[in-house]
Design a protein around this ligand. Sequence first.
Ligand code: P6P
Length: 336
Amino acid sequence: MNRKFVTLYRHIIEQERIHPDATGELSDLLADIALACKLISLEVNRAGLIDILGFTGGENVHGEQVKKLDEFAHDTLVKAMEVSGHLCAIASEESENFIPVSEKFMGERPMSKYICHFDPLDGSSNIEANISIGTIFSIYKRISKSGPGTLEDCLQLGNQQVAAGYIMYGSSTIMVYTTGEGVHGFTLDPTVGEFLLYYENIQTPKKSRTYSINEGNYSKWDKNLQSYIEYLKAEDKDKDKPYTSRYVGSLVADFHRNLLYGGLFMYPGDKKNQNGKLRLLYEANPLAFIIEQAGGRASTGKHRILEVVPLNLHQKTPLFIGSADDVLEAEEFLRK
Ligand code: P6P
């Protein structure tokens, strides 16, 4: 039974109370990310309107030049995070290097104990088609002892994440997050500007009948993957096949649908890109943390995503993620 009128902040505080040693910093940080994403949601919706109506865009209400949406999202998140005082470093898909947060933003705190990876606006090329797009975040505790964060703080195993989530800008704006105590979904009520709980302790189906992959890359896949996809498409009533194919081409949209209904999302490596297209630190790891908390599985096709060693900020990884039994079956085919 879903509790009514539980705001995101109230839920975050409830989660904080599960950990007696919690200082409230992570709660504040999650709330700051949610605020930044409310602002991005406003701009994403407005930008769609402008494109459709052909407005020039011109200057925004602050008299600033209207930036490309993904740059706008990046800037909004960085500004919100810097002033939050809880981060010693920020890494973004939009920034070649990580952004060490300088002492001036740390306030009286001798050290801000978290670092955060963002994909500020994944799938933004879809905005003109009004396809759902999203912000993905991943939070770790720093390793370094004080001062601005370091690259080592940013290159940690995915199994060290303390929180992860995404905000999807679609028919409504939703936020899904985990702090390791289950996966919880909220819908933004724009009239009051609050994310309200709509789905607590999400558990993804163990097995599904849906697969998501860009079949246009079929000729570049290895033989085992080609065999697996053919297997999913073959008639077999005993195995509830053929599967249904669902592929939006926007990671957050495909992931969210599969999280709720069950499904297997695949972005494999291929002859041209052996590590595929998606990024480990700000796409695969946060979604892997979420899916495992929801009872699902996430691998490279061979290894658990959360145990892949990050060597650089924008490292790519093959990704098989979703219903546990489907990911396991895919791994078996890939091992043949
Ligand atoms: P393809 C969007 O550009 C994105 O980064 C993800 O959101 C999406 O899952 C993937 O690329 C789609 O890639 O090669 O199938 O168009």
